[in-house]
Design a protein around this ligand. Sequence first.
Ligand code: HMG
Length: 403
Amino acid sequence: MKIKEIKEKIKIGIDKIGFAMPKYFLDIRDLALGRNENENKFVKGLMQSEMSITPVTEDIVSLGASAAEQILDEEDKKNVEMIIVGTESSIDQSKASAVFIHHLLDIQPFARSIEIKEACYGATAALSFAKNYIEKNENASVLVIASDIAKYGINTPGESTQGAGSIAMLIKKDPKIAVINDENVCQTRDIMDFWRPNYSDFPIVDGHFSTKQYLDCLTTTFDEYKKRYSQDLSNFSAFCFHLPFPKLGLKAINSLLEKNVEKNIKNIFLEKFHTSIVYGKRVGNIYTGSLYLSLLSSLENCDNLKAGDKIGMYSYGSGAVCEFFNLSLAEGFKNHLRNDRLNDFNNRKQLSIEEYEAMFFEKIILDKEGNCDFSNSKFIQESDNAFVLEKIENHKRIYKKIK
Ligand code: HMG
């Protein structure tokens, strides 16, 4: 037998995970009041409580670089051979956000930096590419960033499901948090449930159709997964879902638990599910990062997960591509996470509805030469993130390290 065949398969997965969000949030009850809606529609009907709001000085680059800066040390920066940013809120049609981030983080020069797109699914594809790369380059690390700002516009049905934030994951062999296992099933459907043409600032959304597709893609993909790998619910300790709003995640878990599941088993899964929405409830939809924020929320808030537990992961990107895959938790994973992250949420600044409308929808106005300077902006002084957008000079975005 060839050496290649008898060589034990290396374990590849998430070694470190970071999360960055803007300093500002809107209470969802204030949005309800401002839109003449019953607050329970958003609080109970969507299970949302707050949403993150970005000022003009934050974008997917500043948020993505800030999330990564939290987790990378100098050694990591020498070993990163690829940076992949999953996003659907890109700042440029040509240059990848990963190239800006590569520079800001001072990653060694001989790296590949790219951006990848398929709605909220992009970062999941990035993880798969990272895993394939490390299988062939065992000592390399790949930085996967999911960075988005979800805006639907004022007075639209999607307004209550907006949000902003970035997840950064360092992918390498023998990971300290979770191994990405090989079993997965993807599904592609050419549907128009949510899309954003180049000429539009906001997505066009067929909201109820999108939720039906999300759920139908989940059940059909999970059925195929069970068939292909001869597995069922008993193979999993918990599930994490893409969370456009937490109530859809609740519908998702219920759809997996429906058939012949004993009540006590159902309750165990539901209890764990509720730990997976703690952060998402306070941030809103962060598109590509949403599933991974749900994972982070579970890992940091659930006391009933242990090494070796298998987490079922459901990624969904409108348009649509979805994937069901799984992770196994690594020995000592809790030691590589935080137990005080809720302080970050509590330290944000709350906006009134008027402040939210002015801040979230502010357009950058350039002068004739393509300049705009934010260096004296209070948003930069107030930011808790490592990087901000300082100015635009001759149409070039200039970022600044502030922490
Ligand atoms: P809507 O149509 O205004 O709301 O917007 P609704 O009438 O469907 O009500 C929402 C829920 O609140 C319902 O619960 C109501 O019953 C309930 P449900 O019946 O569905 O369980 N409700 C109340 N509950 C308690 N007290 C009350 C009350 N009133 C109503 N008084 C919609 C909802 C999701 C359509 C809208 O927010 C939207 O369009 N959002 C954007 C699209 C979206 O998030 N789709 C999710 C699936 S697609 C996806 O995940 C991909 C995505 O992330 C993008 C990407 O991939 O890039 C979006």
